[in-house]
Design a protein around this ligand. Structure first.
Ligand SMILES: Cc1cc2nc3c(=O)[nH]c(=O)nc-3n(C[C@H](O)[C@H](O)[C@H](O)COP(=O)(O)O)c2cc1C
Length: 345
């Protein structure tokens, strides 16, 4: 019996080498360059971008190109860049894939799993499961686009899939095989929950294990990977080539260090506050202070949950941060906590 690989071992995703097997999953509205950079600072082997509309790229939507396709030099130094695209139109996908290959993607991931009606009812995301021929054509077009881009380095193409549209269906499993065999996709990121349950319930790891055994390409597992123990158990049980952390990594880059660098124990209050401070600075760098003030509101609860505050104190701080209409107020409240952390230490 071959010895199963460790999470820390490198592997090949088609033509590109990924330094380890713990990746950051695509997270819409969250997975920008600095969230990906944060994951990589803590060891993530690769971090996939939030989903980006192939139509917006094809039509050169200015904000999409400037903000969603922004790749930071520090992020590039820390390992391969994967950009996730969604869209149902092969010609548009070809054009978008060529563009992202030119701006520096090492891998292009196609979203065939998003259950949100706004996306799925256009035929994109999980809507692809209802039209497998179109799904194969879209994946093939992405591959052609990456080849047509005129860049010298090879670009991998991956697809992220659900197990099916409804519970008990295996249409995603079947499509995974067609995508690899007919469209030459380099790997499948598999989320073994149906689109109908969105993110609820237990993922079907046995189905993922069956895909790993039968697919002639690497399988990246996603779903239910909330802490180090669940990641290790699912990695061992499925035999997946790699895992992708999603909700478990929100405001929790320490999970990468735990899995990859033997870090033990939760972060200290000073560490959490330091990381939140870093995040605020990067958001300002990305969006300017005014937009960052609003954008950061979704980030606060993740960090506040790790500060070890009493429930009432946490609620009060949460309210104060959400209500701040300038970052000075946020920084002031956090600095106050920092002083307390220093005294306690
Ligand atoms: C807030 C949020 C945003 C997400 N955005 C995307 C996305 O843009 N593209 C995608 O393929 N999956 C997206 N997902 C799905 C995750 O990548 C992941 O597959 C899913 O959350 C299952 O992993 P988990 O149970 O460990 O959270 C999103 C999930 C969440 C919670």
């Amino acid at each position: 019996m071959p010895i199963p690989p460790q999470l820390t071992e490198s592997w090949f995703l088609g033509p590109i080498e990924v330094p380890n097997r713990v990746l950051l999953a695509p997270l819409a509205g969250i997975g920008n360059w600095f969230v990906r950079l944060q994951a990589k600072r803590y060891g993530a082997g690769m971090a996939v971008s939030e989903m980006v509309s192939s139509h917006a790229i094809h039509h050169r939507n200015e904000r999409t190109l400037r903000e969603l396709l922004r790749i930071d030099a520090r992020e590039r130094e820390a390992g391969p860049i994967s950009i996730q695209l969604f869209g149902e139109e092969p010609a548009v996908m070809r054009s978008a894939a060529a563009h992202v290959a030119r701006v520096g993607a090492d891998a292009i991931d196609i979203n065939m799993g998003c259950p949100v009606p706004k996306v799925a009812k256009t035929g994109a995301g999980a809507g692809m499961l209802a039209d497998p021929d179109r799904a194969v054509a879209v994946a093939r077009a992405a591959r052609e686009g990456a080849l047509d881009a005129g860049v010298t380095r090879a670009v991998a193409v991956t697809v992220k899939l659900r197990s099916g549209l409804r519970a008990g269906e295996r249409s995603g499993f079947d499509l995974a095989h067609r995508l690899v065999v007919e469209a030459g996709v380099d790997a499948i990121a598999f989320h073994p929950r149906s689109a109908a349950v969105q993110h609820r319930g237990r993922p079907d790891y046995d189905l993922a294990a069956e895909l790993v055994r039968t697919l002639p390409a690497p399988v990246i597992l996603t779903g239910g990977l909330s802490d180090a123990a669940s990641v290790r158990a699912a990695f061992d049980r499925t035999g997946a080539a790699a895992v992708m952390l999603a909700r478990g990594a929100l405001g929790n880059p320490w999970l990468f260090a735990e899995l990859l660098a033997g870090r033990e124990g939760p972060p200290t209050r000073a560490e959490v506050l330091g990381e939140l401070d870093w995040t605020i600075d990067r958001a300002v760098e990305h969006l300017g202070a005014e937009r960052a003030t609003r954008y950061l509101r979704k980030f606060y609860p993740w960090y506040l949950a790790r500060l070890g505050l009493a429930p009432a104190e946490r609620r009060a701080l949460q309210e104060r941060l959400q209500r701040s209409d300038a970052l000075e107020g946020v920084r002031g409240a956090l600095a106050h906590l920092q002083e307390h952390a220093a005294v306690a230490a």
